[in-house]
Write a protein that binds this ligand. Structure first.
Ligand code: GTP
Ligand code: MG
Length: 320
């Protein structure tokens, strides 16, 4: 055992030296902003893989999600975070805490605002929280596809007066516009260092969690009002089926009320069937094989307000 540790230490220090010699840069960047600014869309685009659920509804992301952007000259380890907002229930408080907890754990923060909405009170709330941290902050003005160029320039100008940002980059995460410049800016702000993740690794989030997020995203898209927020998805089992190339997934969808369960099932089971089909299709594309997806619906009253049920139903990614 002692010899193994020694060998690993030698390997790590060799990598570090290699990193220094080649000018390889690496480090952590937290994507931060109010709900719905496009953090998860940006993460997925930068790592070229769908890791995080995306939706037009605010407060979609509930956990910190890691995604690795591999570049020839460096590695940007991105942390997608829940949108920061004035939280009231225990779930939302936990979400905001997860986002704020990344501030001092990263090399750089990327603060995102929405070009169309401008710098609103909700953004100021986030910026005030950021100012309490000593981590350098770069600014991305997202959704520039929705506004004319002069509006972007004037927003850049007014944000420049709000805070001394390391850089300000206009982007469209959705249209993948400005992302090469953004990558250059982010990597330049990271220290020289080794590759922390092997080249074929894009995330260290467990597959069960990512699978649950795909199912939850379909539910968010197919339901309305309070229901998307009252739903949690837990993947109970995931593994090869009896037939070769088939993955069998058992997942439980939790709602807070019997009436919500009824809506989730839908008339004649139509809604849950739709959720199952859409999630299965995405999972099959992702896993490159057939998927058997079994969905169960349970009711857990007020699970969002209770620390014990939150621990059961909401995954926490604490590896970094
Ligand atoms: N037009 C346009 N829409 C975008 C862009 N980036 C994201 N969106 C849309 O904005 C909505 C929110 O995107 P998300 O990536 O889920 O936002 P988020 O910041 O992760 O939201 P929370 O997880 O709720 O904090 C989705 O409907 C996206 O398609 C963009 O560059 N342009
Ligand atoms: Mg998100």
């Amino acid at each position: 055992m002692a010899v193994q540790i020694a060998q690993e230490e030698v390997l790590i220090s060799e990598q570090k030296i290699k990193g220094k010699e080649s000018g390889f840069r690496s480090g952590y960047v937290s994507l931060v902003g109010k709900p719905n600014v496009g953090k998860s869309t940006l993460l997925n685009r930068l790592v070229a893989r769908k890791l995080a659920a995306m939706s037009r509804r605010p407060q979609t992301t509930r956990n910190k999600i890691t995604g690795v952007c591999h570049l020839p000259h460096g590695q940007i380890i991105l942390l997608d975070t829940p949108g920061i907002h004035q939280a009231t229930n225990a779930l939302n408080k936990r979400m905001v805490k997860a986002a704020v907890a990344t501030f001092n754990d990263v090399d750089r923060i990327l603060f995102m605002v929405n070009a169309q909405e401008g710098f609103a009170d909700e953004d100021r709330f986030v910026l005030d929280a950021l100012k309490a941290s000593s981590t350098p902050v770069a600014l991305a003005i997202n959704k520039v596809d929705l506004v004319a160029k002069p509006a972007v320039l004037s927003l850049m100008d007014s944000l420049n007066k709000e805070h001394t940002f390391e850089d300000i980059v206009p982007i469209s995460a959705l249209k993948e516009d400005g992302l090469d410049v953004l990558k250059d800016v982010l990597i330049a702000g990271l220290p020289e260092g080794p590759a922390y993740f092997p080249e074929d690794m894009v995330t260290d989030c467990p597959e069960e969690f990512l699978t649950g997020e795909i199912i939850r995203e379909k539910i968010i898209k197919l339901t309305h009002l309070e229901l998307p927020y009252a739903v949690a998805v837990v993947v109970e089992a995931m593994g090869p089926g009896k037939k070769e190339g088939v993955t069998v997934i058992d997942a439980t969808i939790y709602a807070e009320k019997a009436s919500q369960k009824k809506i989730l099932i839908g008339a004649g089971g139509q809604l849950i069937k739709k959720v199952g089909i859409q999630a299965r299709q995405e999972l099959e594309r992702r896993l490159g094989g057939k998927v058997v997806l079994k969905l169960f619906i349970k009711v857990k009253p007020a699970w969002r307000d209770n620390v014990r049920t939150l621990n059961e139903l909401v995954y926490t990614h604490d590896s970094n």
